[in-house]
Design a protein around this ligand. Structure first.
Ligand SMILES: [Zn+2]
Length: 334
């Protein structure tokens, strides 16, 4: 062909947004914000596209199939994307409509339902690996000093917040800090053969290409759910090298660079809340703010407004970072 369109369009502001809105159907803002984030996770649709169910496979209650359909519908269109089928499908799978959901819970439910309902086990493993943080728990008995090594994994990094000011870096550091488990949290030591007070810590074995971080703003306070509106600053990009030492992760893993591309925002109270999302579109390298069917361009400064929130303004609840390895970055800058 030989034609290249290198000139930028003149009517920049009249371009259609590259992110498509989603109508709020029956309190679906939580699922909408999550769908926007999953839509920006292009790696997920690429994997779902590789799934080829049999031609006569028409199960409207199958989450991976409906997710694949809705993620396709959300691409390259101007109007709010039709996603009622996906909401109906989730409803049938116990993620009910007309219910206030927690974005972190729905995130895990969707990945779990993909695991249960997709028959291609290799592909299921690849989808899990996209988000899988592999760790090794070190649990040392404080009585006999024996160290139990427990392999474990998580599909996101749940971070505890302190009630005043936080930085993402500090929250990650405290996640890996050694904790003493005593009283009702005692651990059964294999050597002592009884429950003992232990010191527990984690080491990273490997980090995924999509690092999903859950800022635990909801806290159970004597049976009452309380929301923490406190400040949590987070960087546009980072590597674990700036946060952890080699004691906590393999050298290469520490060097990998992660760049933010989606922020799920929660506003309001735990009982009457609303979810929205900031999405970075790689198509036009622009941040978008999505509030159900309303989509508009946004700036990094707008995203930073979600560091903290009041009852009325939203605060960041989930952060999605994408890995670009240090070598790839070097190559692209050369
Ligand atoms: Zn022991």
């Amino acid at each position: 062909m030989g034609m290249s369109w290198t000139r930028r369009p003149i009517y920049l502001d009249y371009r259609a947004p590259s992110v498509r809105g989603l109508l709020n159907c029956g309190l679906s803002c939580c699922i909408n914000a999550l769908l926007q984030s999953l839509s920006a996770t292009t790696e997920l649709l690429n994997l779902l596209n590789r799934w080829l169910p049999p031609d006569d496979f028409e199960d409207h209650h199958n989450v991976p199939l409906e997710l694949k359909r809705v993620l396709h519908a959300m691409r390259d269109q101007l109007q709010p994307a039709p996603h009622r089928d996906f909401l109906d499908c989730l409803h049938h799978n116990y993620v009910h409509r007309f219910t206030q959901h927690d974005a972190d819970e729905v995130f895990h439910s969707i990945l779990n339902l993909i695991k249960q309902q997709m028959l291609d086990h290799e592909l299921v493993a690849e989808i899990q690996n996209l988000f899988k943080i592999v760790m090794e728990g070190h649990i040392q008995c404080l009585e006999c000093a024996y160290v139990h090594r427990v392999p474990t994994f998580s599909l996101n990094l749940p971070l505890h917040l302190c009630e005043e000011k936080n930085t993402l870096e500090d929250c990650i550091r405290s996640f890996f800090k050694i904790q003493v488990l005593e009283d009702s949290d005692k651990f059964c030591c294999d050597r002592c053969e009884e429950k003992q007070t232990v010191a527990q810590g984690f080491k990273i074995v490997s980090l995924p290409s999509i690092l999903c971080i859950h800022l635990k703003r909801f806290r159970n306070d004597n049976g009452l759910i309380k929301k923490l509106y406190c400040q949590v600053t987070f960087p546009k990009s980072f590597s674990m090298t700036e946060i952890l030492t080699e004691q906590y992760a393999p050298e290469q893993t520490l060097k990998d660079k992660y760049t933010l591309y989606a922020v799920i925002v929660h506003s309001g109270s735990p009982m009457f809340g609303h979810y929205t999302a900031y999405i970075f579109s790689t198509k036009d390298c622009t941040w978008y703010y999505t509030d159900d069917s309303h989509v508009h361009r946004a700036s990094w400064t707008d995203v930073q407004q979600t560091y903290d929130g009041s009852f009325r303004t939203g605060s960041a609840y989930m952060l999605l970072y994408r890995r670009s390895s240090s070598e790839a970055l070097q190559e692209s800058s050369e």
